[in-house]
Design a protein around this ligand. Sequence first.
Ligand SMILES: Cc1cc2nc3c(=O)[nH]c(=O)nc-3n(C[C@H](O)[C@H](O)[C@H](O)COP(=O)(O)OP(=O)(O)OC[C@H]3O[C@@H](n4cnc5c(N)ncnc54)[C@H](O)[C@@H]3O)c2cc1C
Length: 381
Amino acid sequence: MTDSPYFTFEHEMLREQLQRFVAREVIPHADAWEQDGATPRSVLRKLGELGYLGMRYPEEYGGSALDTLASVVLAEELGRSGYGGFAITVLVHTDMASPHLANAGNEEQLARYMPGVIAGEIITAVAVTEPDAGSDVARIRTSARREGDDWVINGSKMFITNGVHADLYFVAARTDPDARGSRGLTIFLVEKGAPGFSVGRTLDKMGWRSSDTAELVFNDCRVPRANVLGEIDGGFYAVMQNFQNERIVLGAQAMGEARRAIELTLDYVRQRKAFGGTLWDKQAVQQRLARCAAEVEAGRQLVYYAAWLDARGNDCVKEVSMVKAYCGELVNRVMYDCQQFHGGFGYMREAPIERMVRDARVQSIGGGATEVMLQEIAKRM
Ligand SMILES: Cc1cc2nc3c(=O)[nH]c(=O)nc-3n(C[C@H](O)[C@H](O)[C@H](O)COP(=O)(O)OP(=O)(O)OC[C@H]3O[C@@H](n4cnc5c(N)ncnc54)[C@H](O)[C@@H]3O)c2cc1C
């Protein structure tokens, strides 16, 4: 039994194990990964060996069939490492890309890829965004046309996380050129090395430096018919469905990052001497950090509630959109205050809070910008 209405003893054990993993396997090495621009494969394999990459997937493939709240624990604790780039590398694989396979894969596709995905031997990426289509997914122009037993894909994708180092890509393409808007999109499985598929530019980012991000190019990329994932022309629905889990997880990651920032800042202001005491003696500092702590607690509870609804199979688009809008903005406000109380040191590259400020910025943009999320809420009001 636990005191939480949402988490079981198993979830709490998972949280403790992840905290130990982060302390031992992430914190001592992650500055080097930031320099390298990617999280090493060996770390993903270790996560796989320990069962963290298959928590949501069936036991027959090596998973442990846990629920949305397990993903929340994973995202919170990886976020709490303070290295957003490391966290997103893992979370895109576990909760944003590979769910496409789990939700829509046929028996053959699942048998072929799922064991490797769960073991961390096949790393996945999801390729929806294009240079001219981001928030408005219905504007996707990458096309796929039928040629005999193959499909031929043409176009490009932008800002793709794990884009450089993935082995398997879930690519959204327009299969019905006459269909308007959200109709006529299909998801394809594209393996690294498929003829006509190449990784274009590696993108140089403000934050999330230990996550690799790339542009992808499809130039008469030929994939067999067996690589269609789910229903032909049903891809828009698949993307929208997967966005729910993705946004819950992004909210949880943001709240993990915010908690870490508050912890770091408390340590700092309690030892920093000024005006005859410490910074923590100042009521203005206490109140702003207390407000941050209260808001982050509210954000966490909203994440938990949305995850609980999702785990029960309830429609929760409104609550999930609230999670993404609220947590994506809140993490930035918290980072601002925490950096402020670090003074000049907080502006230095050596200060963890400096990296965390940069990492947080994308949380109100990627995976559903705040304004788009607010529209989703408004539609349901
Ligand atoms: C680091 C990083 C990693 C990413 N990883 C992936 C990935 O792995 N796979 C993938 O497919 N994509 C990925 N993305 C893309 C990301 O999801 C998009 O950037 C995001 O959806 C916004 O799209 P856009 O950049 O085209 O902005 P646009 O759609 O051009 O919007 C720009 C801004 O306009 C405002 N806006 C947009 N629509 C509205 C509206 N309806 N009302 C009011 N304001 C609006 C918002 O403020 C928004 O930020 C990643 C992006 C980044 C930065």
